[in-house]
Design a binder for this molecule. Structure first.
Ligand code: KG4
Ligand code: ZN
Length: 345
């Protein structure tokens, strides 16, 4: 790719949309550091408590920045621009990151770049990689399940999304029903390792086109667990593992089916995945199988760039810097920031 700006570009990427405080520093397309401060405090509540998330971001953000600078080996004055997550996400959490980004921009007199979190998840595929376009990307996170058509890094169009719950949320809610820890995705993945994915047969929802639905599946699973608990006061470990393997298998099957449909519909030869669920090893393996079956090129971000991270904000900031897409200091945050409002195909 031709560098539109003829010098090294150093971007500070700030991500605070949910429960991870993450700050990364990039130099052109290279990530120099990517620090993530996880908020373990939410575990005991079985989900993210927005008020606590905001307070934790405020506590963690300065030490996270210090570590990111130290690991990148740069001083703060060397930064060319500050990119931050404007939305979608939790209002209070976004306010902490955006106010912090504005303060740095003001103090250093360096441009501010606003980033859509969902766009950033997609562009995480451009870290350490030069994907071929056009491509279809499936983003499966805690808040969203989306299919987008990516003409190039500046043109991303939403082509399908969930009508109700997201894939990540389904992992989280099912884990809660099984009395497993939060976040549920990694917990279900761990227990599924010892289980039989065909032990329980859940119905695959029939949703037209490229949209998804997970609420029916969730109810289906809830009823089954309740029935099992009528016979036993607690589930035996082997049954728990079988349930986890079957839940994981079903969610992945739904995602892969829609991805296959999108490949046919848009006649693309390149696909990518992103979002927290994309860090699931079984899902990653299924994508590799799809590569041969559908004869497509696949792009899978490293696990640390799949879940929420500052690196994806920095890389998106890098592309926006090249287009001089800077923003004013009086910009607001957008908890329901839609991809379609932002990008035109
Ligand atoms: O993208 P992300 O880190 O944050 C949001 O933007 O929401 O995604 C978090 C979601 C959670 O629902 C979490 O359970 C899920 O991603 N997740 C996983 C795995 N790791 C995280 N789901 C399945 N398997 C995993 N290994
Ligand atoms: Zn995310």
């Amino acid at each position: 790719m031709i560098n539109k700006v003829n010098k090294d570009i150093i971007i500070l990427g700030i991500e605070t949309s949910c429960d991870d405080t993450s700050i990364a520093i990039s130099k052109n397309k290279k990530i120099l550091s990517n620090i993530v401060a996880n908020q373990l405090v939410h575990k005991k509540y079985g989900g993210v408590v927005p008020e606590i998330a905001s307070r934790e971001h405020q506590k963690n953000i300065i030490p996270t920045l210090s570590l990111a600078l130290k690991q990148a080996g740069i001083s703060i004055n060397m930064i060319d621009a500050i990119a931050f997550t404007r939305g979608p996400g939790l209002m209070g959490a976004l306010l902490v990151g955006s106010s912090f980004a504005k303060s740095i921009s003001l103090a250093l007199k360096k441009p501010l770049i606003e980033v859509n979190h969902m766009e950033a998840h997609v562009l995480a595929n451009c870290i350490d990689e030069e994907p071929k376009f056009p491509l279809i990307c499936l983003t499966a996170s805690g808040g969203h399940t989306q299919l987008v058509f990516v003409k190039d890094v500046n043109n991303i169009k939403l082509i399908g999304e969930t009508l109700d719950d997201s894939a990540g949320e389904t992992f989280d809610k099912c884990a809660k029903m099984l009395k497993l820890n939060y976040p549920g995705g990694p917990e279900i993945e761990k227990h599924a390792l010892h289980g039989n994915p065909y032990a329980f047969n859940f119905t695959i929802p029939k949703v037209n086109g490229l949209d998804f639905s997970f609420s029916g599946l969730k109810t289906n699973i809830r009823r089954l667990i309740e029935k099992e608990l009528k016979n036993n006061s607690s589930l035996p470990e082997s049954k728990k593992s079988d349930l986890c393997a079957s839940i994981q298998h079903t969610i992945i099957k739904i995602l892969i089916k829609k991805l296959e449909l999108a490949i046919t519909k848009y006649n693309v030869t390149n696909i990518a995945i992103s979002g927290g669920v994309a860090s699931n090893q079984k899902f990653r393996n299924e994508i590799k199988l799809l590569k041969n079956r559908a004869q497509v090129e696949i792009y899978i971000p490293k696990k640390e760039y799949s879940t929420d991270n500052g690196a994806m904000i920095a890389i998106t900031g890098y592309y926006k810097y090249q287009n001089k897409e800077f923003t004013n200091l009086n910009i607001d945050v957008k908890p329901r920031y839609k991809l379609d409002n932002l990008l035109i195909l």
